[in-house]
Design a protein around this ligand. Structure first.
Ligand code: SF4
Length: 451
């Protein structure tokens, strides 16, 4: 797991960091591993089976994390390194793994992510893929499409694994034929409900679009009597290929793009949107996740600008209801302190939203839960806003935790939770206000049933 982090606690727009220095090893890390992010992207491709090139434990850990959050079956294959493959290389395991996946799943795509072990011993995964194709093509076999993402966890978290895999997939598949009229949306790491919302919004707008990755069905599917080896849904290959012809790209998560990725390789084009802009000359509209009225207005303005279309009435009214609810709920939350944690993209967007509604956001950059716990003593937040891994801090302090993001392992419905757009903001706002009201009610010496 990740072992070195920088500890910085920020109270945004309030001057200097409130400060934590000292140790570098992490305890109870906030970050998850990079192939987990890669697996999430691969689950968002139609007909795709993810394969982790490394030891069995990595796939087991990632499956367990994703299943507990999404409450869906999550098949992730492993090339199952042993001591022997660690010393002599994993090419035989790779071939056996691919053969087994093709035999059992008949996938159209195999998404291959490296792990700490295979990266450390210098496995040549592109070479393994090439050798497999050379040995098997032309034997009457139709091989699946192979996508490879390099995702050592010591070089990045699950969020970096996610973004790197989006980039690797688009680099592998995007083609250019002629300029199209569709818009590509790169939504980042959002919930299945958020993805469904985006599809509904874009369809209502009348916009032709490609959404990638799209795990809105594969990780939140309907009940079927028979087990689906590969769940339905996901962005089809031909849609990813046509990303190269897009009229424009909208890429969420600019804070992450500007810091984490770029710091490793200064000056090099790193995000998928930026790569498309530089190689396919497609305008990339990079922006934070649209959480809050200002952030969603920014997203809608970009859509209008690209297409010349107007926001449909139904969604305009959702915005109006959100404004109305801010007026209704403002007095119950103004001046409260929220301690935020999670992926940078999400935390940055939530911090902007908190400022919009009068909540003071405190957030942590790249650290672990022990640091968060220690800082909670100084900040004395009124509530936590983050994933379920921070629950023990909320419990210890006797304050509420409003669950957002990934992972949420102690509740059902994480895949149906909205975060983005006017609708997602509305859901978040109601949850935050009602959570604080419930806390006040439960701790009132006389109680109340009217306000
Ligand atoms: S890839 Fe690395 S961090 Fe992730 S589970 Fe495997 S060993 Fe742990």
């Amino acid at each position: 797991m990740n072992t070195t982090e920088t500890n910085t606690i920020k109270k945004p727009k309030m001057g200097s960091p409130v400060g934590v220095g000292g140790y570098v090893s992490t305890r109870n890390s906030c970050k998850l591993c990079a192939p987990l992010g890669a697996s999430l992207v691969f689950k968002g491709i139609e007909g795709c089976v993810p394969l982790l090139h490394g030891s069995q434990g990595c796939a087991t850990y990632i499956r367990r994390y994703m299943i507990s959050h999404f409450k869906e079956p999550v098949d992730i294959a492993s090339s199952n390194f042993s001591e022997e493959s660690t010393i002599y290389g994993g090419s035989r395991n790779f071939i056996t793994g691919i053969d087994n996946i093709i035999k059992q799943y008949k996938p159209t795509v195999i998404g291959i992510a490296s792990t700490c072990l295979s990266e450390t011993i210098g496995e040549d995964i592109p070479g393994h893929i090439r050798h497999y194709q050379e040995a098997n093509e032309g034997n009457g076999k139709t091989l699946p499409t192979f996508i490879h993402a390099s995702t050592p966890s010591y070089a990045g978290s699950h969020a970096e694994g996610f973004h790197n895999t989006v980039l690797a997939t688009i680099k592998t598949l995007a083609e250019y034929e002629k300029a199209g009229s569709h818009v590509t949306i790169l939504p980042g790491m959002v919930s299945p409900a958020d993805l469904r919302y985006l599809k509904e919004l874009l369809s209502d707008f009348g916009i032709k679009f490609t959404l990638f990755p799209d795990y809105s069905e594969t990780l939140d599917n309907e009940y079927t009597a028979e087990y689906q080896l590969i769940p339905t849904g996901g962005t089809p290959i031909h849609e990813i290929q046509r990303i190269g012809n897009s009229k424009a790209v909208i890429e969420f998560g600019s804070m992450f793009n500007k810091t984490a990725l770029r710091s490793k390789d200064k000056g090099t084009i790193q995000t998928a949107g930026e790569w498309l802009e530089s190689t396919h000359y497609i305008k990339n509209h990079q922006m934070p996740l649209p959480i809050g009225i200002a952030a969603t207005d920014r997203f809608i303005a970009a859509l209008k600008d690209i297409t010349g279309l107007e926001l449909p009435e139904y969604h305009r009214k959702e915005r109006g209801r959100l404004v109305d609810s801010y007026v209704d709920g403002h007095k119950y939350i103004f001046g409260k302190k929220a301690l935020l944690y999670g992926e940078i993209d999400l935390v940055e967007a939530l911090a902007e939203w908190c400022r919009e509604i009068g909540i003071e956001p405190y957030y942590i950059k790249s650290t672990d839960f022990e640091t968060l716990r220690a800082e909670a003593n100084n900040i004395k937040p009124d509530f936590l806003l983050g994933n379920s891994k921070g629950y023990y801090i909320a419990r210890e302090r006797g304050i509420p935790l409003v669950r957002v993001g990934f992972p949420i392992h102690d509740r059902v419905g994480a895949n149906r939770m909205h975060h983005i757009g006017y609708r997602g903001t509305q859901e978040l706002f109601d949850r935050v206000v009602n959570t604080l009201l419930e806390y006040k009610q439960e701790h009132s010496p006389i109680g109340f049933k009217y306000m």
